[in-house]
Ligand binder design. Structure first.
Ligand code: CAA
Length: 241
C-alpha cells in the first residue's frame, strides 16, 4: 500500500504545492487547514485529496483529527509535513503578548502537537518521515520578527532532538528553511519592504512553492533514510549558513 502523507496548512501556498507533489509521487495524501474556508473549498474542488479542518495549536484536536484520518483512510500516517504557520510581525517594543503567543503556539507548538500524536504509530511500524517547515529568518533573524524567528529557530532544535530520538526506529526528521516564497504570507507584506528584500536575493526573485515541494519530495523518499536532523536552506542564496 502507498505511504500516507499528512500536510498541515495544506490547502494553499507551500502546503498545497507539497500536497500536489506528493500525490503526483504516488503517495496517499491528506491535508489540514484551519482559517481560510475559500481556499479549502477551492483546493477540494480541484484536487482528489481529502481535506480536514482543525486547529493545530489544540493538542486534543490534533489527536482526534489524526485518529479520524487514520480510521477513514484505513492506515497510519507515515509522512508528516508540519507546514501550517502564521506571522504577526511587529518590532519587539510594540509586540503584544498575543502576537508573541500566537506565533509560538502556531509555528512551534503545533510541531509538538502533531509529532506527539503521530510518533507512536511511526515507531511501532518502524518507518516514518517528518519534515518541519522552518524559515530563513530562524537562521539570520529578521527586523520585526522576534516571535517568528524564535519559533522557527525552535523548530530546528526540535527537529534535531527528535531526529536523535527517532533514528533507531527508521524515522527521519528534517527541517526546511525556505527563504521568501511567493505565497499569501509573503504577499501580505508591505510592498516596499518586500521589494527591498527581493533586491537582496542573489537569484533575483521570490521562490516558488513548487521549489520547496521538490525538496520535501526528496526528503520523504524511501531512499532518504540516511538523511536526518538536517536543515535544508532553499532561499535563492539570500543567506548561506
Ligand atoms: N533594518 C533596519 N532598520 C529598519 C528595518 C530593517 N530591516 N526595517 C525598518 N527599519 C527602521 C525603519 O526605517 C524605521 O526607522 P525610523 O524610525 O528611523 O524611521 C524603524 O525601523 C521602524 O520601522 P517601521 O516604521 O517599519 O516599523 P513598523 O512598526 O511600522 O513596522 C514591520 C515593523 C511591519 C515588522 C516591518 O519592519 C516589516 O515589515 N519587517 C519585515 C518583516 C518580514 O520580513 N516579514 C516576513 C513575512 S513572510 C515570512 O516570514 C515567511 C518567511 O519565512 C520568510
Amino acid at each position: 500500500m502507498a505511504r500516507l502523507a499528512l500536510i498541515t496548512g495544506g490547502t494553499r501556498g507551500i502546503g498545497a504545492a507539497v500536497a500536489q507533489r506528493l500525490d503526483a509521487d504516488g503517495l496517499r495524501v491528506a491535508v489540514t487547514y484551519h482559517g481560510n474556508e475559500t481556499a479549502a473549498q477551492d483546493f477540494a474542488a480541484h484536487h482528489p485529496i481529502p481535506v480536514y479542518k482543525w486547529d493545530v495549536t489544540d493538542f486534543d484536536a490534533c489527536r482526534s483529527g489524526i485518529e479520524r484520518i487514520e480510521a477513514e483512510l484505513g492506515q497510519g500516517v507515515d509522512v508528516l509535513v508540519n507546514n501550517a504557520g502564521i506571522t504577526r510581525d511587529a518590532v519587539l517594543h510594540k509586540m503584544s503578548v498575543a502576537q508573541w503567543r500566537e506565533v509560538v503556539d502556531d509555528d512551534l507548538g503545533a510541531c509538538f502537537n502533531m509529532c506527539r500524536n503521530l510518533i507512536h504509530g511511526m515507531r511501532e511500524r518502524g518507518w516514518g518521515r517528518i519534515v518541519n517547515i522552518s524559515s530563513i529568518n530562524a537562521l539570520k533573524g529578521q527586523f520585526g520578527q522576534t516571535n517568528y524567528a524564535a519559533a522557527k529557530a525552535g523548530v530546528i532544535g526540535f527537529t534535531k532532538a527528535l531526529a536523535l530520538e527517532s533514528a533507531r526506529k527508521g524515522i527521519t526528521v528534517n527541517a526546511i528553511a525556505p527563504g521568501y516564497v511567493a505565497t499569501d504570507m509573503v504577499h501580505a507584506m508591505d510592498p516596499q519592504v518586500l521589494a527591498g528584500i527581493v533586491a537582496q536575493i542573489p537569484v533575483g526573485r521570490l521562490g516558488e512553492p513548487d521549489e520547496i515541494a521538490h525538496a520535501v519530495s526528496f526528503l520523504v523518499d524511501e531512499r532518504s533514510g540516511y538523511l536526518t536532523g538536517a536543515t535544508l536552506s532553499i532561499n535563492g542564496g539570500q543567506y548561506m549558513a
